[in-house]
Design a protein around this ligand. Structure first.
Ligand SMILES: C[S@@+](CC[C@H](N)C(=O)[O-])C[C@H]1O[C@@H](n2cnc3c(N)ncnc32)[C@H](O)[C@@H]1O
Length: 214
């Protein structure tokens, strides 16, 4: 991993409203979120297995937008060395997992090509559309050729504020994606989609697994 992220203080100072308010809401609901989401779901297990099959054991992966870190435990149980990054300090603290750091997914504190994989579960959906290309480019930068990227996002079109979740009336920004829009973005950054799956749980979920071209 890199020793630090010189971009991070600048990002915090100039943080956009959508990202700042979403983070503020997660600061408040972290405990309730961790309780509500502790169990996971069958689709998650399937996606962890698909992701693990792409990668020999003991390789280094990052769970980006890891929240309290439920998936870090699953990724480690599947044989991977997994570190976690999240913008919300309370989410990292409440999970109490080792190997986590606060970071904005637009500027990850990772050396170019240092990761064998990125796991990003239900987190890209909080990034305004105008930053989605920069995030996908950042993921492509961090993952070595042949490495894997897993994305689970809310499926649909448009973006906007959603209120009332996990016992709070705080607002979170939701940006929706389609297979075409996200697939196009991945392809444009050298990430070839190898698996697309969907399920419905409170909203429509789109899950994509991609491999970094040489
Ligand atoms: C719905 S939670 C998902 C957490 C976890 N991946 C899971 O599935 O349980 C979304 C997470 O994305 C994080 N997040 C939002 N914007 C972020 C950003 N710009 N960089 C890193 N993490 C961010 C939030 O702090 C929150 O923990």
């Amino acid at each position: 991993m890199a020793g630090g992220n010189s971009n991070f203080p600048r990002t915090l100072r100039a943080m956009d409203l959508e990202i700042r308010d979403t983070r503020s809401t997660y600061e408040v609901v972290a405990g309730e979120f961790a309780r509500a989401q502790a169990e996971g779901h069958p689709e998650l297990r399937h996606d962890i297995d698909s992701f693990a099959r792409m990668l020999p054991p003991a390789l280094l992966v990052a769970d980006v937008g890891c929240g309290p870190g439920r998936d870090l435990t699953l990724l480690r149980a599947a044989g991977m060395r997994a570190v976690g990054f999240d913008l919300t300090e309370a989410m990292l603290r409440v999970g109490g997992r080792s190997g986590v750091a606060q970071a904005d997914m637009r500027h990850l504190p990772v050396r170019t090509g240092a990761l064998d994989g990125i796991w990003c579960q239900a987190a890209l959906l909080h990034i305004p559309h105008r930053y989605a290309p920069a995030v996908v480019a950042e993921f492509a930068r961090c993952v070595r050729a042949g490495g894997a990227v897993h994305l689970a996002v809310a499926e649909g079109s448009g973006e906007g504020w959603e209120e009332f979740a996990y016992g709070s009336d705080g607002r979170r920004w939701f940006a929706y994606h389609t297979e075409e829009s996200l697939g196009g973005l991945l392809a444009a950054h050298g990430l070839a989609v190898v698996e697309v799956r969907r399920h419905h749980h409170r909203r429509d979920w789109l899950r994509m697994l991609a491999v970094r071209n040489a």
